[in-house]
Design a protein around this ligand. Structure first.
Ligand SMILES: N[C@@H](CCC(=O)N[C@@H](CS)C(=O)NCC(=O)O)C(=O)O
Length: 111
């Protein structure tokens, strides 16, 4: 199993402790998080390490392995750059680019 696959796959203990990744928005409604990424991207690995440390189970979409994910990233976020965190709200989706912004957001939401 590659280092990347290990980061993508929670172990048994982490599965038991895993936090379901929905957060409350300012409107009190849950929001869903989806991470767009691909394996050879070092910025994605930085984000994955934080997700792993926080024991979060996010939906991951590999844009290299699945053209449909690449298309939805470009259509929705306007750019094919990864990592990108999609924050699904009730009305609008927010597409957050930049690994440092994503890490900051996750650290803040799951402190
Ligand atoms: N400053 C960005 C850099 C991200 C970046 O360069 N991602 C590369 C992969 S490692 C990428 O998506 N390149 C393809 C593209 O920009 O369309 C970050 O920290 O997230």
């Amino acid at each position: 199993m590659s280092f990347f696959s290990k980061l993508m796959t929670p172990n048994k203990q982490q599965k038991q402790q895993a936090v379901e990744v929905t957060i409350d928005g300012p409107d009190g409604k849950a929001k869903k998080l989806t991470l767009y990424l691909f394996e050879s991207c070092p910025f994605c690995v930085r984000v994955l390490k934080v997700i792993k440390n926080k024991k979060l189970q996010l939906e991951m979409r590999d844009t290299m392995k699945n053209q449909q994910y690449e298309d939805e990233l470009v259509r929705g976020g306007g750019n094919s750059q990864v990592p990108c965190l999609k924050i699904t709200g009730n009305k609008d989706d927010y597409w957050m680019y930049e690994s440092s912004d994503i890490i900051h957001y996750i650290e803040k939401q799951f402190a």
